[in-house]
Design a protein. Structure first.
Lengths: 194, 119, 619
């Protein structure tokens, strides 16, 4: 991957790609903020059921939440491994992060399928549309992250990833942790505060 | 002379002054356990009926704590340049302010229909 | 695909090395901010002409009561496309043309932080604009006539008119998909320019030494990256309602169409500051140059711009005073709206003080800059009257608002942009636009716009609503409408003068030196147009006005004509364009309700991104 800005002096002494990425994350706060706001505005306003308390499965979702938190740990361990040049562990941790992400996505698929069987679809009521679009957008972000991680893992397997690319892995980590952090908010606001 | 790879890129940790020495794996694992405990507490508060009167504030505080831990340690914001904190924090505060404003504006304007139950 | 600009080479090769390769491929693969700026300019100007023709058709229809030039349905498409085109395809990209060309020059950089992302933004913008305007021609593909399927729900697409039930055709689909594509272009450029301005400044260029145009651009980019996600989500909700049967804006399901208004205006109000701040920045450059005096109160102007950016987030519901928000919300937004007039007013006083006592050189650029101030004051005054909810109840949805909009956006932004065009034309093209033709353009446009838009204040207060395709003679606004139409055509004439000026200049225009205006900022220290690497030596600045001799510092030396050593210049890349093409393909899938096409689009996008990511490319 390119590292255009690293070799150049910058006005703020900060890596340009990292700065761009934090700016992007700031922007994403508004994206998810709008989705969550809509969920909150329409909370309790569905004209017909199913309603959250009838459908949301807290134990199951708690496991998903732990899965994502674990994936963040593993991601940061991957970064540490890349930074010290330990590509063996970098590969293990990168792949693990991706797999944990896939597990999360699998859990979402199972959950969504359950909900549909119980009569909650996008079209059913306000809970349905706000829930599925919010968690679906989050899930799409996770999927992109998994693809991104697997790409990095393949590059590492090909021997094309090393400490010189640490910034790329760091930025991947920023994306992944942000996706986790959004889930922390969703888990609380959607699942626990009913 | 900084070590560079064949494409002229600096090797090793970032040379930019915005980055400091990284915490060890130890710290990360400990943060993970704290996150796990906080999650258990959150779920516990949800299930224990005695906590229901204070459910919302307690959950908000717990999840804010988890949020902060991930951002400060895993996303390294604590040790990095304060400017990154601004780049993230300002839009975040804006998003929260907009959310609160919208909730105030919509409060009481959409009528509850029927016995919709909890939520 | 990189190249080296060498100091000594045969003449033709030297020309190519200095200004970059020519030919179609060079332009399609360019990552040079100057070329991308020119691409933005010509594309945006083209859309500006289209939007102008739409305006002229509107005015022709309204020239007399019971007009019958166009049907009501066509009229709805005309005003929708006029607004959408002018806001998203003309004003924003014309500003972007200057961001692209001028910002790196003003901060002493060789290019933006992410040149390929920059190219990507342009190609996405182009495809979004073409997608939107294709709606004028593609009616037959949807079993409708031509001129039948263009967006017709207003540029602000209020729910629930946009629901499939009330807008069954593809019109609104064109609109929402086109806007989503354009949003991505703006967001990408936003990230790029923020990093560029913060991180690529020349040595000594502290933040409070930045040219005002650069500062206003920075604030604008922050507004873009925070406001566009909101409309992205709002449009996703419309899309889901139309395509997947959700009920985000459907009353019967317990939802409310008002949610759209809130989300749209949460974006929409910052958007109008996105539209005006760059023009304010341009004016803040032009006035000092042609008064031979520094901008009066530079720090205050900068802080006012920042304040406008922040406060712009607190006023959105002043667009909704007529929906029944209640007295508390109305009062809060009235107060915040009145407050935001303050930093704007401050700037106006600073501009006037800049001119005051200056050694005035009445160039065309200065005419437009002064015109901006005068017209923007008028637009600001009608704006302040809107800030009062009881007054606004009378004004909203009438032509009074149309007057306000056009005084601030035409008298403001467009005049500011023309000031920029006359000012920076020599730098960008190497030739000076004709001053006599420029003055003719200015006066025709100035008279035309006031004839066109001033009567609208009266027309609105006399009771003519917006967005009606005709009106009865009993309303008593026929004569004023006719005057307005005459004014509009006068504007059209002025634009023709400008087009003629552009054409004539390209053939016979006087060649420009580095610095035809004796400007203070870095872009004037290099050739017109600049060499591909911009600065042969990156300058070190010691003040805000590097090229002027001031009490604090002497003028800096301009960089040498020939670089002391070869300068690496990144070459072009196909991948930004390829990746960009994935987006309209995805949009096409939705438009045609054909699922498999979206996978093609995603594949193209991913292919472009992967090739981009793994391509060797050194800045």
């Amino acid at each position: 991957m390119t590292h255009s800005a690293v070799a150049h002096h910058t006005s703020m002494g900060l890596d340009s790609r990292k700065m761009a990425f934090w700016t992007f994350i700031g922007s994403e706060c508004l994206l998810f903020g709008t989705l969550i706001s809509t969920y909150l505005i329409y909370k309790g306003k569905s004209v017909v059921g199913p309603y959250p308390h009838e459908i949301l499965n807290i134990p199951f979702t708690s496991v998903s939440t732990f899965d994502l938190l674990l994936s963040s740990l593993v991601m940061v361990l991957a970064l540490a491994a890349v930074q010290r040049g330990d590509m063996k562990w970098a590969k293990i941790w990168l792949l693990s992060t991706a797999l944990l992400g896939l597990v999360f996505l699998g859990g979402q698929v199972i959950e969504f399928t359950e909900f549909v069987h119980k009569g909650l679809t996008l079209q059913t009521n306000l809970f349905g549309c706000t829930f599925f679009v919010l968690t679906g957008t989050h899930g799409a972000h996770v999927a992109v992250g998994v693809l991104w991680l697997l790409t990095l893992w393949v590059r590492a397997v090909q021997g094309k990833l090393g400490p010189a690319n640490a910034m790329t892995v760091e930025i991947t980590g920023l994306y992944w942790h942000f996706v986790d952090v959004v889930w922390i908010v969703i888990f609380t606001v959607v699942y626990l505060i009913q | 002379m900084t070590a560079r790879d064949e494409r002229g890129n600096v090797m090793g940790q970032g040379t930019e002054t915005g980055q400091h020495a990284h915490p060890t794996a130890d710290v990360y694992v400990r943060v993970f356990f704290v996150l796990g405990i906080l999650t258990l507490l959150e779920v516990g508060v949800f299930y224990v009926p005695a906590f229901h009167p204070v459910l919302v504030p307690v959950l908000l505080v717990l999840s804010a704590a988890k949020f902060t831990l991930v951002v400060m340690f895993y996303m390294h914001l604590k040790a990095d340049s304060r400017f990154f904190t601004f780049l993230f924090g300002a839009p975040l505060m804006l998003a929260v302010a907009v959310m609160i404003a919208l909730m105030f504006i919509f409060y009481g304007t959409l009528t509850l229909r029927g016995a919709a139950g909890a939520g | 695909m990189s190249q080296r600009a060498a100091p000594a080479a045969p003449a033709a090769l030297a020309a190519q090395m200095t200004h970059g390769p020519t030919g179609l491929k060079a332009w399609l693969t360019t990552t040079d901010h100057k070329r991308i700026g020119l691409l933005y300019f010509w594309t945006a100007f083209g859309f500006f002409l289209i939007g102008g023709i739409e305006a002229l058709m509107i005015r022709a229809q309204l020239a007399q009561p019971n007009g019958h030039l166009v049907s009501a349905e066509t009229y709805n498409q005309l005003f929708t496309m006029h607004g959408t085109t002018m806001v998203f395809l003309a004003l924003m990209p014309l500003s972007a043309a200057f961001f692209n060309y001028i910002i790196p020059l003003q901060i002493g950089a060789r290019d933006v932080a992410f040149p390929r992302l920059n190219a990507f933004s342009y190609w996405v913008f182009l495809s979004g604009g073409l997608f939107l305007n294709a709606s004028w021609l593609t009616g037959p593909l949807f079993h409708a006539g031509m001129l039948n399927v263009a967006p017709d729900g207003g540029w602000f697409g209020y729910a629930n008119l946009t629901e499939r039930q009330f807008s069954p055709g593809p019109n609104i689909d064109f609109w929402l998909l086109g806007l989503q594509i354009l949003g991505i272009a703006s967001l990408a450029a936003g990230f790029n320019f923020i990093v560029t301005i913060l991180n690529l400044r020349a040595p000594g260029m502290k933040m409070m030494r930045l040219p005002t145009f650069t500062w206003m651009t920075l604030v604008t980019q922050f507004l873009i990256i925070t406001a566009f996600p909101v409309i992205t989500v709002a449009l996703v909700f419309v899309m889901f309602d139309r395509f997947f049967g959700t009920h985000f804006y459907v009353h019967q399901a317990g939802a409310t169409p008002l949610l759209w208004q809130h989300l749209f205006w949460l974006f929409g109000h910052p958007e109008v500051y996105i539209l005006i701040l760059p023009a304010m920045g341009i004016v803040s450059e032009v006035l000092p140059t042609f008064s031979r005096k520094p901008l009066f109160g530079y720090p205050v102007v900068v802080y006012s711009g920042i304040l406008i950016g922040f406060m712009g987030w607190g006023v959105w519901s002043h667009h909704m005073f007529a929906v029944g928000l209640g007295p508390i919300a109305d009062s809060v937004f009235a107060a915040t709206t009145m407050l935001i007039a303050v930093p704007t007013g401050v700037k106006i006083f600073n501009w006037i003080a800049t001119l005051w006592g200056g050694d005035i050189h009445g160039t065309t650029a200065l005419h437009f800059a002064v015109g901006f101030i005068a017209m923007f004051i008028i637009g600001g005054l009608s704006g302040v009257s809107h800030a009062s909810p009881p007054a606004d109840l009378q004004q909203t949805d009438t032509y009074y608002v149309v007057a306000h909009i056009h005084y601030v956006l035409f008298g403001g932004t467009i005049m500011g942009l023309f000031a920029g065009m006359y000012y920076w034309w020599p730098k960008m093209t190497g030739r000076l636009l004709s001053e006599p033709l420029g003055k003719l353009h200015f006066w025709l446009q100035f008279v035309g716009m006031n004839l066109a838009f001033f009567p609208m204040h009266l027309i609105g207060l006399l009771g003519m609503p917006r967005r009606i395709y005709t009106y009865g003679p009993e309303l008593g606004v026929s004569d004023l409408n006719l005057v307005s139409t005459v004014g509009a055509f006068l504007i059209g004439l002025s634009i023709l003068v400008f087009v003629f000026n552009m054409w004539r200049t390209s053939r016979h225009g006087q060649r420009a030196s580095n610095d035809p205006w004796r400007g203070a900022t870095l872009e004037w220290s290099i050739a017109s147009p600049p060499p591909v690497y911009n600065f042969s030596v990156i300058p070190t600045v010691t003040g805000r006005l590097p090229r002027w001799h001031t009490e604090r510092h002497p003028a800096i030396q301009d960089p040498p004509a020939v670089p002391p050593a070869p300068i690496h210049v990144p070459g072009g890349s196909w991948w930004p364009m390829v990746a960009a093409l994935g987006l309209p393909i995805m949009a096409l899938s939705a438009l045609t309700h054909t699922l498999w096409i979206v996978f093609v689009g995603v594949a193209v996008l991913l292919f472009g991104i992967y090739r981009w990511a793994f391509e060797p490319f050194e800045v």
